[in-house]
Structures are given as C-alpha cells and as structure tokens.
Design a protein around this ligand. Sequence first.
Ligand code: UD1
Length: 373
Amino acid sequence: MGRRGPLKVDLVAAARPNFMKIAPLFHVLGAQPWCSPRIVHTGQHYDANMSGAFFSDLGLPEPDVNLGVGSGTHAAQTGGVMLAYEQICLNQAPDWIVVVGDVNSTMACALVGAKQHIPTVHLEAGLRSGDRRMPEEINRIVTDALADLLWTPSPDADENLRAEGIPLERIERIGNIMLDSFELMLPKIRARQMPATLGLERAPYGIVTLHRPSNVDDCEQLGRLVDQLCRVADELALVFPVHPRTRKQLAAFALEAKLADQPGITLLEPLSYVDFMSLLVDCALAITDSGGLQEETTYLGIPCITVRDNTERPITLVEGTNRLAKAGEVGQLAFTAMAQARGDAQRPALWDGHTAERAAASLESHSRRLGFI
Ligand code: UD1
C-alpha cells in the first residue's frame, strides 16, 4: 500500500447499459488491496426497472453517491451531472474516474475529470458510428478526446482513435466487459426460466427492443416498425419489453393498441438484466436498435436485426450475427433469418469474460507509473 491508503476509484454509472459494464469491474477492483471503488450513480435512469433492479441483479451495492439528475434536455442533463459531480470531486476527489459507454453522463463526468485534473479512464472507448446526429456519437468523441486512458473492446476502436490522432500510449485494448457480466450471471440467468414464465418455452420466439430517438420519436418511422413487427408476429411470437421513451411515443402516436391487439406480440415493462438475458439466451432472433444487444447476440450466435443506418460496433457485422436494416426491411430479414439454421457463435478476440481483470491490471500498472501506489 502507498502512503495514501487504497486508491479511490469512482465508477460512474447513469443509464441501463452502464450498469452491466461497471458491475464486473466493481467486483474485481473491490477485491484488490490497492484500490477502493466508489459507485457514482448520476440518476439519469431512475425508474426501479431501469435502474434498481439492475443493481440487485448484478450484485452491486446501493450507489455510494447518487447525483439524482433525472431526465431533461441534453444540455439540462449534461449540465446537471457536471454541476453535481463537480461538487462531489471538490469535496472528496477520487484518484481515478472511470466512465463507461456513451450516454450524456459519461461525457459530463469526463469533462469534470479533465477540468479538475483527475485522471480519467473511458471504458468502451473508440466506438464510432460516423453519424453525428446520434447524441451518443458526440458523447463518444468528446469523452475520448478528454480521457487519459482509453480502454477499447475491438481493433476497429483502436483504429478510430489512431485516425483521430490520439497517441498510442493512451489506447489499451482490453475486450468487451458486457460479456463479463453475462458470464458472471450465467447460473442465475439459466435458473430464471423466463420463457416458461411467459409460456414461450414450446415454440421459437423473438425479442424486440427499440428506444433510439431516430426510431421512436418520428411518427412515420415508428408506424412502419409497428407494421413490420405485426407482420413478423404472424409467424414468430415476439416479446417486446418497452423502454419508457418508446412507451410514451407509442401512446402519443396512437400506435400502442395496434401492437397490444396483435396476439403474437407480448408487451412487457422493461426487464431486469437477469430476466432479459434469460429470454435472450433461448430466443431465435432479436430485432433491436440497442448497442449492447448487437454484442450479446454476436456472443451467443443469435441472428440480430439492427434497425439503424449504421453501427459503432462493426465487428458484430463482420465477425458476428448482426445485420443493419431499414424499418421497411425488418419483416423480410426476419423471415430470412428464421429460415437459416443457427450456427456456432464466432466470438471476437478478448470477448471472453475476463475483461474486468485486464482493466484492473491496467489501472494498477498506470497507478504505479503515476506514483499513486
Ligand atoms: C439513454 C441514452 C442511450 C441509451 C439509453 C438506454 C443518452 C443521450 N441516451 O437514452 O444512449 O442507449 O439511455 O436506455 O444518454 N425515462 C423514464 N424513466 C427512467 C429513465 C428515462 O421514464 O428511468 C423516460 C423519461 O421520460 C425520459 C426518457 O425516458 O425523458 C428518455 O430518457 P433519457 O435518459 O433522456 O434517454 P434514453 O432514451 O433512456
């Protein structure tokens, strides 16, 4: 131990896709004598089934700090997190800040770290969709420009960072940490038996998730997607846990009844991590616009139709099971996927369930280099 006692490492989590990225790192860092992780929840997601259920499923304690920022416009949310996290850092500065993913809170806390000269790490760095209309793309670019250490999941991410002129010594490929959560939770996932609970165990079924503004905030686009889902559901039962943003927009565009009246579609509230993964492991097909699901389906060898024009995760197209689709193509691609036999999963290098260990080793070695320990 150095003269300063265990290093204080803030793990910042904000929204649903962040929780499964900090969980394995929290567990690995918590077991190291040189380090004391602190969970900072910005409160961007606050509903029990968007946040609390994830903490309990993933064995995470109550956050040490909750910034309680809630929903709002991009500026309100980003600014609210900055104001609140700046105070935390002024009062009890951590030795390191780890931000994950690409949500508004990720960028906000990276900005606070950079301004206060607190070494900051970005976990899941280097992903680029090339589409600056996505709020997440802006968050990724800003976060990667500011963070001192960039932990990447795949070679394309390293390449993107190099092309932006980021020095090689800041980039470290450690792999995909989402899959650590999956491996960690697999016994619970297998035991949960969600398909049986929903009466889906006898026939193939597909999973749907949609929440991107580009898909759900536009009435025509959401209408096209609803039509296509109803078409697919004539042939394949679909389970659709509905994100709060999507729930609101379906109601606003009077599209909810059409989905609810299609007998092949089961609409659910958002699910906890273990419930969702219990459905995913046995499904025949996923239709999504999520980032994480593109990776999880590749890992599991499940065909995935991603309703987007681009992806920041191209390795899932090249090495995995992912296909990009326009809204109007979803039905056709779903029928094609159903007709093909499911092959063995091809897993990209370092998507192996041991990413958190590599992250911890990296943090320890940089802490030594900086003389922190
Ligand atoms: C955010 C992230 C997105 C991520 C997604 C996962 C940004 C820019 N977007 O999008 O990258 O894929 O989380 O879910 O950071 N709401 C609730 N309860 C909640 C949270 C949100 O009802 O717990 C509703 C609110 O009405 C809110 C809306 O959902 O206005 C959108 O929430 P917000 O956090 O702004 O963005 P997401 O669409 O969830």
